[in-house]
Design a protein around this ligand. Structure first.
Ligand SMILES: C[S@@+](CC[C@H](N)C(=O)[O-])C[C@H]1O[C@@H](n2cnc3c(N)ncnc32)[C@H](O)[C@@H]1O
Length: 229
């Protein structure tokens, strides 16, 4: 099935509210557990104030968990959508004011010169969830990772993978979002069409000189990319 990209940034008010109100706790929890497991092997001692970046952080649901799980680190969530960063900052001050090691930056990875933002360079850990499929040029993600990571940094990305045909898309939508708000149903379908296949992601990584990263299919709809710089 051909890839059909969706808009990169999630700035539409209905989208931002629906996304921020949705309960993604199960997937978010599993991402943090997976990262903990990888860190035990690759980075057992995370230096104090180590920089953890959450690229395409949306409303901050994963950034918040990163900051709580690694309280001595410095977590920065980046997103190119001003409405998402606004909601993320609002949640931080209203819902979790006790979190002191988290901040957000409005950064569009496709437009920005990342080298000009010193506070996000030299990351020990870089995470993204559901970002890659938004990018019109997926090399943006891998270029950003290479630019922002310090040597030995741990990288973990998770995203949807593109089904083979329309029937598979229909089946996944029926299974996972049939009771969700209409906006989320629409976005989930669009995201499945916009997602990359495992082979495409492997090609992207080879092109980026990150061919040593592993790409693994997870259950019926995700793929995971992980590796160390
Ligand atoms: C599907 S949401 C994922 C949010 C969050 N990571 C999560 O898992 O719940 C994708 C996010 O990536 C952001 N995004 C898309 N393209 C981007 C870009 N070029 N630069 C920065 N953020 C981007 C969107 O604005 C949106 O907030």
């Amino acid at each position: 099935m051909q890839r059909s990209p969706e808009p990169e940034l999630m700035n539409a008010p209905d989208q931002v509210i629906a996304y921020s109100d949705a309960d993604f706790s199960c997937g978010d929890h599993s991402l943090i557990e997976r990262l903990s497991q990888l860190m035990e092997q690759a980075l057992p001692v995370l230096p104090e104030a180590a920089l953890i970046l959450d690229l395409g952080c949306g409303p901050g649901n994963i950034s918040e968990r990163l900051a709580v799980r690694w309280p001595l680190s410095n977590v920065i969530g980046l997103d190119g959508a001003s409405s998402m960063i606004e909601i993320a900052n609002q949640r931080l001050s209203d819902v979790c004011p006790a979190i002191k090691n988290l901040s957000y930056l409005l950064v569009d990875l496709s437009q920005c010169c990342l080298g000009d933002i010193p506070q996000i360079n030299g990351a020990s850990v870089i995470v993204s969830n559901s970002l890659l499929h938004h990018l019109h040029n997926p090399q943006m993600l891998w270029t950003s990772v290479k630019q922002l990571a310090e040597p030995n940094a741990l990288i973990l990305h998770r995203d949807l993978r593109r089904p083979s045909n329309d029937q598979e898309v229909d089946a996944l939508c029926a299974h996972y979002v049939s009771h969700a708000p209409t906006v989320l149903q629409r976005d989930f379908r669009a995201s499945l069409f916009a997602a990359f296949t495992t082979d495409e992601v492997r090609d992207q990584l080879d092109q980026a000189g990150l061919g040593h990263f592993t790409v693994t299919e997870i259950d019926d709809r995700y793929l995971e990319v992980c590796g160390q710089m």
